[in-house]
Structure formats: structure tokens, C-alpha cells
Design a protein around this ligand. Structure first.
Ligand code: C2E
Ligand code: MG
Ligand code: MG
Length: 651
């Protein structure tokens, strides 16, 4: 009945031919996609090669035994040795490979390796030493093949030895493996055992290698193909790969790995100057330099155009440090594309997994972040020093988002006194954010974060609208408040739609541009001066006046005063406080005030906290004062109460 499968006494070659074709296809598909250059990839390739050689040698063997190839005795022996040795070596390679899947980047431990190698060594001794080989099989003088007395003991013994070793390792480390991988490992082992049993039941069927190839197809589709993905176009691994591999590290490993985050500074100006072709060429140069760092147990991921991560699995701090230093040193030198050199500065950070980074979210915060202007570039940075700040920033960013969604931003007002009349004549609007978990967060902290997260525009509009509404209720004017100062982030000044939106809000509340004064700070992070000029000129045309905020600090200086027609210069509190420290600073402060007045601008001094400071400022001829000495920033009603009392009393 089974004649279509085989003719009794003759070996069926068809299954092996199919097996060879299938193995070649699997190998072709496997290699046509870029893979990690690691131990596991090599093991898979070797397994497939071994299957192909075994099937080919088995067919050659079958040809001889079917009487279709009249080979000489030494050739017969050679073909049989290849067929038997290679096929039986599969157990060894398969055990290494399956354990490698479970061990995840650890490389089968030396202790295990010794056990695993023993049966293979025994096999080699029997197969390769002729007198011993004749105990397994031999050809008689007539060229007829015979099993030797030790045939079953050696071959089945080896398979059983691998099953026992594999099971022992599995049982020892059971809880430590990922369940999904365990399942596949068990399926594949069962498939291989089944395939051997078929050959035991009917050796003429020759279906074993075909079934084993089917098992490898399953491994390829379910395990290998799903493993890691390389980005199109570069030889770097993707963000998904990092997340998947990180998960593996958190799920069950008892070793330390190191992640090195490489964040390159974006240089817009340079990109505009050099053009797209050169800059993308330079980036490609960096990509290919980064990709050559990958090695066994070292994976390089490309997380965004200018952010990379290097994971060193099962490594040491010294090795990670050396790698990080090497990367940082490379970024201290020039990159070159088409004879165009360029320097890209980068931040290089080291974190250990699972010590510094023990959850996937932390990995994202640590590795998947771009260049951070708050961090230095001149040394390798360590996760623990950066993570706290990063985590805080992440938490604050979430809080800002929540405040935007729930519309819980408030605006407080801080009075500004006109010393010539002794009355409060204006005030500064200052945004306040109270978070359920974090309490009050200072705008000094969250505005910067909102700027980086692209949320400052919305906050600015909320503040502007609340101020317009406050003015529209007429109470401040009735109490003698001439205008309210609103802070503008430089990021807002890059938004060409801003003037129109402000105009709409003013129209809606029936408020004039004369009632609002805009405070801006000179900032180093202006991405396009011409855009900023355009926006500020539109605002000027609409009738707004400007104050230059934080004058005298690093970010606001003399040359900037001339750039835009500021009507008010707000001297930073640090300048005032320093002027009380020594004589030189006092001279500097007085000159600063004189200069502002000489340019026919008003000076507002911030941070007046004591009577002594107030008296000295009045003596120096400063007309406008702002500070805790008068009032802290307070909510609308409290502010109105204060002005009512203050202006009433001073009348
Ligand atoms: P700024 O514009 O220079 O505001 C003055 C800051 O100094 C305010 O801090 C104010 O509370 C504080 N201050 C005033 N007088 C004194 C004093 O006598 N002693 C001390 N120690 N501090 C005093 P605040 O409200 O924390 O705001 C900090 C910064 O956050 C502001 O500096 C401003 O740059 C920014 N900011 C505040 N509100 C907004 C806003 O609505 N939009 C934008 N873009 N930035 C804002
Ligand atoms: Mg201000
Ligand atoms: Mg200021």
C-alpha cells in the first residue's frame, strides 16, 4: 500500500531532495535579511548547512545502496561517514542553538558547554577513527553495508545523552527562561525526536531530514524572523529591536548588560548652509561608523536620525567605559563627506541593565532621547547622574500635559511700583502650575520643559487669554494699573501665526495692545532670526510694546538692547543682589541704570526684597521696582486687594 512512498529494499530519495531545496530556500531567506552578527545567527546558519550536507550525503549513500552508483569501497566509506557524522552532529548543534535561544545573549555557559560537547566528542572518536568506526558500521569486501555491534548504542546513546543534558539544563533554569521561547524549544525538540522515530520504524522512507527541515522552517518563521529587525537602508537595528531585547533582559537574565546612549547635536544652521546632500551624506558616514561597532553581543540601534544606542550584552563596566570613551573620542574629531569636513558634538551616556535601568519605560527615557542642551559633551556621562534629572523632566512634562488637558494653569500677578508716584502702576503676569502629585512646580522649571516638548505655545496663549480677560473686566485699570506684562518665550516668537491669534483674543475681549506689554529674553536657542524679526515686527505694528527681561544675566546683554525697540529693560534680580556684595558690582549696577536711562528707556529692577534695597534703588534714580518687598505674585483677587490697599494708602 505504501508503494508510492517507497519500494521495499530501496531507499526513497525524494524527501531528501525536497529537504535540500527547502533548506536552501530557508537559508536564502534567512541571509537575505540583515541579521545580528552573533553566535546565534552563526549557529542557525551552521544548522542549515549541516542539514543540506547530510541530505546530500544521505542521497549519495542511497544511490550506492540502491545500486545506482558503483563507487569504490573507500568512496563508499567516505560518503557514509559524511552522511552519518554530519547528520548525527545535528543533535550537538541543535542543543547549543536551542539553549542559546533560551539564554539570550549570554552564550551558553562554559560549564554547560563542557557537558554538551562530551557526546559530540564521543561521536567524533567513533566516526573518525576507523577501527572504532567498524563497531558502528562497515562495508564488507563485496562493498555491502553492515551495521556494527555498537550501532544502536552509539547513535541512540548520543540522542538520548542530548535529550538528558538538554532536559537537565531546562529543569535547572526553568523559571529563568521566557515562556514563549521555552514552548518553541520543546516543539522543535519533539519534532526532531519524532523524525528519528520514523526512520527507526522504516529506514527506507528517508523522511527524517525532511521532517527536520520542516522543524527548522518553523524555527525560522516563528523565532528567527521575529527576532530583530534591521532598519531599511542602514546596517543598524531599529527601536523595536531595542525594546524587544530590553524586555528579554528584564524578563530573565542574571547578568549585567550596558547600554550606551549616543545623542548627537542637531545643527540647523549648518544644515541650511551645507545643503541636504552634504548633511545627509555626513549622517550616513556617522551611521556606517556606528554600525561597524556591532559585534557578537554588541548591538547598535538607530533610534532617530541623530540618536543611537549601543547595547553590550553580558559585559563589564570597564568594557562599556572603553567603548563609550572610544565613541566620544570619535565625535571629538571631524567627519567627512565629499571632502567636506564637519564636527558633530555628541553626548555619550552609560547605563547598566538591570541596575540603572530596570524597566522598559526607563530604557525609553534613557536611550530614546535626543541631545540634551542641559548636559555636557566633554566627558562620558553616567545614567544615575542623568536619570534623576531625566525622570524629573519626564514627570514634569506629563504634569504640563495634564494641566493643558485639564485646563488648570493659573496666572498670578506681581505688582510693579512706580517710585515717582508711590503707586502700583503695572504688574507682571506669571503662570502657575499646581499638579496633584508634584504640588506647585516653578515656571522656571516647567517652561523650559514645555519649550522642549513643544507645549509652550499653548501655555502662552492660555496666559495671554487670561490676562486679556482680567483686563476686560476693567478692575485693574480702575485701580491705576496701566498695563500688564506678559512673558513671551522665544519659541513663541518663532510662531508666525502668533500675532493673528493674539489679535483674535484681544478683539474677543475688547482689549487694546496698549494694555499689554510683552517681555522677551534674549535667547541662544533662536533657530531662525528672520522668523523672529518677522513676528516681533508684526506685534510692534499691532501696537504692542516690549520689555527686555533678565537684563544683565548671561542671556541678555547690551548689544541686544539696540536690536528691538524695547521700551522697558528689566534688570535681573541677580544683578541687584550682586550690587550689594562689593563696590565694583555696585558701580556696575549704577552704570547699567544710567546706560538704560541714557538710551531713554525705563528700567525695572526685579527682586527687591528689603527696605535697604528699595532705598538704595530710589537713591540711584530707579523709577520702577518689583519684588517680594512689595508683594509676591498672587492670584487675581489678592492682587486687586493689594493694589486697592496700596494705591489707596499712598494717595
Ligand atoms: P521672570 O520673567 O524674570 O519673572 C520674575 C521671577 O522672579 C518670577 O519667578 C518672580 O516670582 C520672581 N521674583 C520676583 N520678585 C522676587 C523677589 O523679590 N525675590 C525672589 N527670590 N524672586 C522674585 P517665577 O514666577 O517663578 O517665574 C520664573 C520665570 O518663569 C520667569 O522669570 C519667566 O522667565 C518664566 N515665566 C513665568 N511665567 C511665564 C509665562 O507665562 N510665560 C513664559 N514664557 N515664561 C514665564
Ligand atoms: Mg518676566
Ligand atoms: Mg526677569
Amino acid at each position: 500500500m505504501l508503494e508510492f512512498l517507497y519500494t521495499p529494499g530501496r531507499y526513497n530519495l525524494n524527501f531528501n531532495i525536497c529537504a535540500i531545496l527547502m533548506d536552501i530556500l530557508i537559508l536564502f531567506f534567512f541571509l537575505s535579511r540583515k541579521r545580528a552578527r552573533d553566535y546565534r545567527t552563526s549557529l542557525f546558519v551552521w544548522l542549515m548547512v549541516l542539514l543540506i550536507i547530510s541530505a546530500a550525503a544521505q542521497n549519495a549513500n542511497a544511490l550506492i545502496r540502491n545500486g545506482l552508483w558503483d563507487a569504490s569501497n573507500p568512496v563508499r566509506t567516505l560518503v557514509t561517514v559524511i552522511a552519518h557524522y554530519f547528520h548525527n552532529s545535528l543533535s550537538f548543534l541543535l542543543t547549543l542553538y536551542l539553549l542559546e535561544i533560551l539564554e539570550n545573549f549570554r552564550n551558553v555557559r562554559r560549564r554547560d558547554f563542557c557537558f554538551i560537547a562530551i557526546p559530540q566528542m564521543a561521536l567524533s572518536v567513533f566516526e573518525l577513527i576507523p577501527p572504532l568506526r567498524s563497531l558502528i558500521y562497515y562495508y564488507d569486501a563485496a562493498g555491502v553495508y553492515h551495521h556494527g555491534p555498537a550501532y544502536n548504542v552509539v547513535y541512540y546513546g548520543i540522542i538520548i545523552a542530548y535529550l538528558i543534558i538538554g532536559t537537565c539544563i531546562l529543569l535547572c533554569d526553568w523559571n529563568y527562561f521566557a515562556q514563549r521561547d521555552l514552548r518553541y524549544v520543546i516543539y522543535v525538540t519533539a519534532g526532531f525526536v519524532l523524525s528519528m522515530m520514523v526512520s527507526w520504524i522504516n529506514p527506507y522512507l528517508r523522511v527524517t531530514l525532511f521532517l527536520q527541515s520542516l522543524c527548522m522552517l518553523g524555527v525560522y518563521v516563528n523565532i528567527e524572523n521575529d527576532r530583530e529587525t534591521f532598519e531599511e537602508g542602514t546596517s543598524l537595528m531599529s527601536r523595536n529591536a531595542l525594546m524587544r531585547e530590553t524586555k528579554i533582559l528584564f524578563e530573565g537574565t542574571d547578568y549585567t548588560s550596558y547600554i550606551i546612549s549616543v545623542r548627537i547635536r542637531k545643527n540647523d544652521l549648518y544644515e541650511v548652509m551645507m545643503g541636504e546632500d552634504i548633511t545627509s551624506g555626513l549622517i550616513r558616514t556617522i551611521n556606517s561608523w556606528m554600525s561597524q561597532l556591532s559585534a557578537d553581543r554588541v548591538h547598535v540601534y538607530h533610534l532617530s536620525k541623530l540618536t543611537f544606542a549601543v547595547m553590550m550584552f553580558n559585559s563589564t563596566e570597564e568594557k562599556a567605559q572603553a567603548m563609550a570613551e572610544m565613541i566620544l573620542n570619535r565625535f571629538n574629531r571631524e567627519w567627512e563627506y565629499k571632502d567636506t569636513p564637519a564636527v558633530y558634538s555628541a553626548q555619550v551616556l552609560i547605563g547598566s541593565v538591570p541596575y540603572d535601568i530596570s524597566r522598559s519605560e526607563q530604557m525609553l527615557v534613557f536611550a530614546d532621547r535626543g541631545f540634551d542642551a542641559n548636559l555636557p559633551t566633554d566627558r562620558v556621562l553616567y545614567a544615575d547622574e542623568v536619570m534623576k534629572a531625566d525622570a524629573r523632566r519626564a514627570v514634569v512634562e506629563v504634569a504640563v500635559n495634564r494641566a493643558l488637558v485639564k485646563n488648570t494653569f493659573e496666572v498670578f500677578y506681581q505688582p510693579i511700583l512706580d517710585t515717582s508716584t508711590g503707586r502700583i502702576h503695572s504688574c507682571e503676569a506669571l503662570v502657575r502650575m499646581k499638579d496633584k502629585g508634584l504640588g506647585y512646580v516653578s515656571p522656571e522649571e516647567f517652561i523650559k520643559i514645555a519649550e522642549q516638548a513643544g507645549m509652550v505655545g499653548k501655555i502662552g496663549e492660555i496666559v495671554f487669554e487670561k490676562v486679556a480677560k482680567f483686563i476686560s473686566e476693567k478692575k485693574p485699570q480702575d485701580l491705576g494699573i496701566e498695563f500688564i506684562e506678559v512673558n513671551l518665550s522665544t519659541i513663541q516668537c518663532m510662531d508666525t501665526d502668533l500675532p493673528d491669534r493674539f489679535a483674535e483674543i484681544l478683539k474677543h475681549y475688547g482689549v487694546s495692545t496698549k494694555q499689554i506689554n510683552l517681555e522677551i529674553t534674549e535667547s541662544a536657542v533662536i533657530s531662525s532670526e528672520s522668523t523672529m524679526d518677522k513676528v516681533l515686527n508684526r506685534l510692534l505694528q499691532m501696537g504692542f510694546s516690549f520689555s527686555l527681561d533678565d537684563f544683565g544675566t548671561g542671556s541678555s546683554n547690551y548689544s541686544y538692547i539696540m536690536k528691538y525697540p524695547f521700551s522697558i529693560i528689566k534688570v535681573d534680580r541677580s544683578v541687584l543682589w550682586n550690587s550689594f556684595r562689593n563696590h565694583d558690582n555696585e558701580v556696575l549696577f549704577n552704570n547699567m541704570i544710567e546706560l538704560i536711562h541714557g538710551l531713554r528707556k525705563e528700567a525695572v529692577v526685579e527682586g527687591v526684597e528689603t527696605e535697604n534695597q528699595r532705598n538704595r534703588l530710589i537713591k540711584a534714580g530707579v523709577r520702577y521696582l518689583q519684588g517680594y518687598f512689595y508683594s509676591k505674585p498672587v492670584p487675581e483677587e489678592a492682587f486687586l486687594d493689594y493694589v486697592r490697599r496700596f494705591n489707596g494708602a499712598s494717595l
